[in-house]
Design a binder for this molecule. Sequence first.
Ligand code: SAH
Length: 244
Amino acid sequence: MAVKPRLFIAQELRKDLEFFLTDTQAHYLCHVLRLATGSFFLAFDGRNGEFECELSACGKKQATAKVLRQTRNFEKAPDIHLLFAPVKKDKTDFIVEKSTELGVSKIVPVITRRTISEKIKKERYTAQAVEAAEQCRRLDVPKVADARNLEAVLKEWDENRMLYYMDETGNGRPVAEVFAEDAGKHLPAAVLVGPEGGFDEQELELLRRQKYAKGVSLGKRILRAETAVAAALSCWQAICGDWK
Ligand code: SAH
């Protein structure tokens, strides 16, 4: 097999450890991929790096594996959070997947006045973040926070963290300019993208009043929320993050 399967294991891994796979992981390796016992796969635990493992048993109910050797050391990812107003289901799925690939460390669903969304399903987002992290070879999985109102999020904000809110009204400064000005400071950061209906005037006013917040423009064209997420995070990674 050209590419080894890669799984997130929610327990600390170390050489020689034997561990149980979850039902879903066992089903995936043993039945979907039809790996035989003795096959190899990669695993990461979000703390200690990546390891090559051997599938030791594929039982009817349970599967076990053993850690053979470490393949990558753990590296801390850039400290960038994504705050987004949930949109329709498939678009929210896209946002969770793409922001994980683009290296966010935390995903925070934020309810704004114009947020229209189906139920916010934290478990679903978490499962998608795990899947995207496995696929893109990250060494950790972004945390998914509980959904909260914008006002509540701002009230509890850690003022050391820069908040870049994507302002579609044309009042924000160009994204590259704003990020370049902060790039050397290596501050923890967050990107906030509004709902399809945009932020309302009171929300923008509230954001403008925060010392740690900067309004940013992604150009003249109005982007869909999911496009704005990908664009803003790509710019941040290129200018302030680990694409440099
Ligand atoms: N309904 C609004 C557009 C909202 S787009 C309107 O027609 O004006 C959804 C979100 O994407 C916005 O709240 C904003 O955060 C972000 N966004 C889209 N285009 C943008 C741009 N050109 N600059 C900055 N942010 C943008």
